[in-house]
Design a binder for this molecule. Structure first.
Ligand code: PBG
Ligand code: ZN
Length: 328
């Protein structure tokens, strides 16, 4: 029976009613805050294209993690900016590498905080690619060895989870095998499974100084035109032992998030990436949009699409806002 018996506006009449019938709720529990760790001490160096985001030396990273933990955000994702870079990205798997040192310091100061290590080589290679180069191409199988070393060194330093973001074939299986052959069977893998070759990573590459020195990442990251292929990537990563699968970026890929969640019904993460952050910040600073409402609306949409958790540079802002009881 239709109008006039049914009137959907009845349940939109008050804030209380609206919140009772709300289908999706963004919660601080869903958020993961990414951090850039750099050399030095007392360093908080702003990233121009990401207002509000700093590169932090280990001691400052620890301070921010205390605040993150106090805000009730359950996890951080660590990216490292090493002192020096080389062809093999050796800073990524050095025992005293920048991320390994940060993991130790953060786990000591805030043991309750879940620390996730981003596993990739591009922040550590002088050519800026995510793997080993041979004849101007990223060599898949030679890269796997280095990714396994990176994941193991992070887990040995105390990381609670590792997150390979390189898009080499077979890396989840290789890392799982590496972890399982040590005393690290309990460490979950969050796989960047459907990671697209996206222009939305621009500000991140400024922050990490990881722009490829030649070519681009299209021979390993996915073509934005494809979503069946995303399901294949996810399926393979799950077969290889991924515990959580990720779709990245988020907002231009809500359909992919939805397909992944409804097809596999496993924990799904979505990465609200640097370019998505920068666009909202820029328009907000111009006074062209209401930043706070746009942030909550966007993150709620990512959850509605099917994400269980969201990596976002807005995590601290949201946690502060949500704690004082604001909703979209
Ligand atoms: C490294 C990595 C990137 C991001 C996360 N891990 C950059 C890239 O692939 O170029 C992007 C995150 C962001 O843009 O916020 N492989
Ligand atoms: Zn990379």
């Amino acid at each position: 029976m239709a109008f006039p018996v049914h009137r959907l506006r009845r349940l939109r009449r008050t804030e209380r009613l609206r919140s009772m019938v709300g289908e999706t709720r963004l919660s601080v529990d869903d958020l993961i805050y990414p951090l850039f760790i750099c050399p030095g001490e007392g360093v908080r160096s702003p990233v121009d294209s990401m207002p509000g985001v700093d590169r932090l030396s280990v001691d400052q990273g620890v301070e921010v993690c205390r605040e993150v933990s106090d805000l009730g955000i359950p996890a951080v994702m660590l990216f490292g900016i090493p002192e020096s870079k080389d062809a093999y990205g050796s800073g990524a798997y050095a025992d005293d590498g920048i991320v390994q040192r940060a993991i130790r310091a953060i786990k000591q100061a805030t043991p309750e905080l879940t620390v996730i290590g981003d596993v990739c080589l591009c922040e550590y290679t002088d050519h800026g690619h995510c793997g080993v180069i041979k004849e101007d191409d990223v060599e898949n199988d030679a890269t796997l060895r280095l990714l396994v070393r990176t994941a193991l060194s992070q887990a040995e330093a105390g990381a609670d989870m590792v997150a390979p973001s390189d898009m080499m074939d077979g890396r989840v299986g290789a890392i799982r095998e590496g972890l399982d052959s040590g005393q690290l069977k309990h460490i979950p893998i969050m796989a960047y499974s459907a990671k697209y070759a996206s222009a939305y990573y621009g500000p991140f590459r400024d922050a990490a100084d990881s722009v490829p020195q030649f070519g681009d990442r299209r021979s390993y990251q996915m073509d934005p035109a494809n979503s069946n292929e995303a399901l294949r990537e996810v399926e393979l990563d799950l077969e290889e032992g991924a515990d959580i699968v990720m779709v990245k970026p988020a907002l231009a890929y809500l359909d992919v998030i939805h397909r992944v969640k409804s097809t596999f019904e496993v924990p799904v993460a979505a990465y609200n990436v640097s370019g998505e952050y920068a666009m909202i910040k820029a328009a907000g600073q111009m006074g062209w949009i209401d930043e706070e409402r746009i942030v909550l609306e966007s993150l709620t949409a990512i959850k509605r699409a099917g994400a269980d958790m969201i990596l976002t540079y807005f995590a601290r802002d949201v946690a502060r806002g949500l704690q004082i009881g604001k909703s979209v």
